[in-house]
Ligand binder design. Sequence first.
Ligand SMILES: [Zn+2]
Length: 83
Amino acid sequence: MRQPEVRCVEFVEQVTQWLEGGLTDEERLLFEEHLAYCSPCSRFMVQFRQSLALSRMADGYMRQGPPPMVRAALQDAFRQSRR
Ligand SMILES: [Zn+2]
């Protein structure tokens, strides 16, 4: 198996750009190649995406309240508790 061209340090540095679509096609290919073969980095990616999703959700809550799906579920729960 050949050596990957992206090292873990570079991988971590590019994660944000990758998620935001800021990498060139070539960079993205190398990045995804590294992700596919490097298990520490793929574990890191899972955690990173979870924490990112959580922080985005928290951001949205503060700016505009819960997303519609959550709000509907809350309203349902509220109506049922009053019945
Ligand atoms: Zn790695």
